[in-house]
Design a protein around this ligand. Structure first.
Ligand SMILES: [Zn+2]
Length: 310
């Protein structure tokens, strides 16, 4: 058993925690906001420092960062929700303050690793993890190895083109899956419908969110149901493509939008079945909700820190 300090940094929140390897309950956990009086980097290091001062047996540090991240160089290439975070040398900065090995990775990639080691993917050797929330991210494990690519920025599963001239994605490209099946995209679809005069009980509920739309869909609102059906249709289409590429034994879906349950999952399953090349891809395939929820990234950072992966 060894002891590790792990952290995750997102657009709104930074968390840092102390874990024994092979365990999923933190010995100590601390949180702060990402934006504050000092820089996000200093806020992250200060929070980690609060845990560090309590424990001198920490062997390594693992950090999950939102946005494309080069785990070999330890650089966050771009964090869309943290102002000014472009090519941030995260590992180097942390290493100057803490004299143990530091490992960093993309939070969705690390969430895949967390689910594989501790969560819904335990015992699986071929796994796809997708998080469906404000945006869409993911990670792929094949033959028990996280697929990273030459710069560690592979498996951007939300930024694949579904409709070449489709709605604009936050990344600037058109018709990406994130622009069609994320929580933001579901809300946008409803907003566009309302603006075009489609009848809906959501007319006086603006601004609409995926959660409010889910409530309306459950009470039979047509526009709200259409929004989830459309999101599930394209999500299932891309999952069918991912089945063809990676032939996994489990698809794990995390993120807030998955809390809408069958509203999203039924059209997703229907679309997977309609688009799959051969029923063989569906044999022995589990489609599961995330078991670790918001902890997946943090626990993935623990796997990274304790296994000394790249
Ligand atoms: Zn995109």
């Amino acid at each position: 058993m060894s002891r590790h300090l792990v952290a995750d940094i997102g657009g709104t929140q930074i968390r840092a925690a102390l874990f024994d390897s092979e365990t999923t309950t933190p010995l100590l956990i601390k949180k702060t906001t990402t934006i504050g009086d000092n820089s996000a980097l200093d806020r992250l290091c200060d929070l980690m420092g609060e845990i560090w001062k309590n424990d001198r047996t920490i062997e390594s540090i693992g950090v999950a960062a939102a946005g494309p991240t080069d785990p070999y160089q330890g650089i966050v290439i771009a964090a869309p929700n943290i102002p000014g975070w472009v090519n941030v040398p995260l590992r180097e900065y942390i290493s100057q303050r803490f004299d143990v090995p530091v490992y960093v990775g993309n939070d969705a990639n690390l969430a895949a690793l967390g689910e594989w080691k501790f969560g819904a993917g335990k015992g699986h050797h071929h796994l796809i993890y997708m998080t469906i929330s404000t945006g869409i991210g993911g990670g792929v494990i094949s033959d028990d190895r996280l697929i990273l690519g030459q710069f560690g920025i592979a498996a951007e599963m939300g930024h694949v083109t579904v409709i070449p001239d489709g709605p604009i994605c936050p990344c600037g490209q058109l018709g990406h899956l994130e622009a069609l099946s994320s929580g933001t995209a579901i809300a946008q679809y409803v907003q566009d419908g309302l603006n075009n005069g489609v009848k809906s009980q959501l007319i006086n509920r603006e601004p609409v969110t995926a959660k409010i739309i889910a409530e309306a869909a459950r009470s039979g609102d047509r526009l709200a149901r259409d929004a989830f059906d459309r999101a599930g249709k394209y999500l299932g289409l891309m999952i069918a493509n991912y089945l063809h590429l990676f032939n996994p034994s489990i698809i794990i879906l995390g993120g807030g939008v998955v809390q809408s349950g069958e509203l999203l999952l039924r059209p997703t399953r229907d679309s997977i079945e309609a688009n799959v090349l051969s029923p063989k891809y569906l044999e022995n395939l589990t489609i599961s909700k995330s078991a670790l929820g918001d902890e997946a990234g943090l626990l993935g950072a623990l796997v990274l820190a304790s296994a000394n992966l790249p």
